[in-house]
Design a protein around this ligand. Structure first.
Ligand code: RFL
Ligand code: PHB
Length: 392
């Protein structure tokens, strides 16, 4: 079997890429290790930058998003010294973000892809990549207990942080940049009334975040240990911590309800450079992850493949590899800005056990400054709504 671009992984990166390639008349083959049901139910991100929303429309998968996406014109930050309102609409005129679950994005992209006659090989796990420095790299995969190979002009490694693509590159060809924060996030989805606004909290007991997935579906997080034992977190304890940390002392703002899902997420920044090797191009979490505080991971995946699709289109139109050769350099400039921002917000909002009183005081002073300075809030807003997708 042969294809122009072999895509490993049907997460947001792989699916957006497939749509963009199809529009450019480029043939691709998508392999996904998990079942369709599994990836459509995997609860993860929820904040879409406007450029990501625009991309959903551009690939013809934006209809439900338009109806059900929740435009979010502001974010709030609560801390001991007060309540910071970051008015996105005012600070970045006319720009906002949209809350829409990642699994809904994935569902819509899959449905639109299949509706156009595309195929996805589900439960087809890539086992290894070969010939990356040749003209015909191959993907070895297993499906229904059978092993098979697909020959490609190029391979797009969109298989997330734990995939096989990045490890297929000789380690000596890569530089890894890594920062593991000494805590995790315990995230829940609950049938409960969310807070009225997307609210982040810096509290002496730790960070908390109140987001949502619908008018009656809350998506909330509390800072916990990196290796937290979920058995120690009864539903009552979770709700109590959320009320305290979000300064909802009278328990009047945040509704409580049945918890549908509970999981711990690591807080980590990681970047590999370069994001390409021979005829393999990494995109999304396969190449980088960011702490969830900035809500950037899914949006970075979309930005990467937007650049990659244009580079493939140029190659297949003109046989010039000029854009492909610059892929990593172009993406990493934006990636590092998102890493910088996500680490900044993480440092600003979390409790660090090892902080000295001096460092804690600096953190509070930064929050106090944000409360008073429109310029400081504008910096947060400009990054939150997302830096432009750029291809040079
Ligand atoms: P994905 O989504 O991990 O998709 C990779 C796909 O590849 C498949 N795969 C393989 N397929 C074939 N063969 C193999 N050998 C394979 N190995 C893996 C996997 O099954 C999977 O389907 O990566 P992608 O496409 O790069 O997308 C990245 C995003 O998923 C990720 O960055 C975000 O979820 C991060 N993130 C957030 N990002 C945002 O932009 N906004 C947010 O609000 C936000 N909140 C979050 C987040 C991530 C979180 N968690 C759980 C890590 C909140 C949380 C809690
Ligand atoms: C979410 O809704 O899941 C969410 C919102 C904001 C973040 C991270 C996750 O920073």
């Amino acid at each position: 079997m042969r294809t122009q671009v072999g895509i490993v992984g049907a997460g947001p990166a792989g699916l957006f890429l497939a749509h963009l390639l199809r529009r450019a008349g480029i043939d691709c083959f998508i392999l996904e290790a998990r079942s369709r049901e599994y990836i459509e139910k995997r609860v993860r991100a929820g904040v879409l930058e406007q450029a990501t929303v625009d991309l959903m429309h551009e690939v013809g998968a934006g209809e439900r998003l338009k109806r059900e996406g929740m435009p979010d014109p502001r974010i709030d930050i609560r801390f001991a010294g007060g309540h910071i309102v970051v008015d996105l609409n005012e600070l970045t005129p006319g720009k906002i973000v949209t809350v829409y679950g990642q699994q809904e994005v994935v569902k819509d992209l899959i449905a639109a892809w299949l509706a156009r006659g595309g195929t996805i090989e589900f439960e087809a796990e890539a086992l290894g990549l070969d010939g990356l420095n040749s003209e015909r790299p191959t993907i070895l995969y297993r499906q229904n207990g059978r092993e098979d190979t697909i020959e490609c002009d190029f391979i797009a490694g969109c298989d997330g942080f734990h995939g096989v693509s990045r490890p297929a590159i000789p380690d000596s060809a890569l530089t890894h940049y890594d920062r593991i924060f000494p805590f995790g996030w315990l995230g829940i989805v609950a049938e409960a009334r969310p807070l009225a606004e997307m609210t982040y909290a810096n509290h002496t007991r730790g960070f908390a975040l109140a987001s949502r997935r619908g008018p009656n579906i809350a998506r909330n997080y509390v800072q916990c240990a990196a290796d937290e034992n979920l058995d120690l977190w009864s539903d009552t304890r979770i709700w109590d911590e959320l009320h305290v940390r979000l300064k909802d002392d009278g328990k009047t703002e945040l509704g409580e309800g049945r918890i549908l899902q509970k999981a711990v997420t690591p807080v980590r920044a990681y970047v590999t450079a370069p994001m390409q090797h021979g005829r393999l191009y990494l995109a999304g979490d396969a190449a980088h992850i960011v702490p969830p505080t900035g809500a950037k991971g899914l949006n970075l995946a979309a930005a990467d493949v937007w650049v990659l699709a244009r580079a493939f289109a140029e190659f297949f139109r003109t046989r010039s590899r000029e854009r492909l050769d610059r892929y990593s350099e172009v993406c990493l400039k934006r990636v590092w800005k998102a890493v910088r921002y996500s680490c900044y917000l993480t440092s600003l909002l979390h409790r660090f056990e090892q902080h000295t009183p001096f460092e804690r005081q600096l953190q509070l002073t930064e929050l106090e400054y944000l409360l008073r300075s429109k310029a400081a809030r504008t910096t947060i807003a400009e990054n939150y709504i997302g830096l432009p997708f750029e291809d040079n």
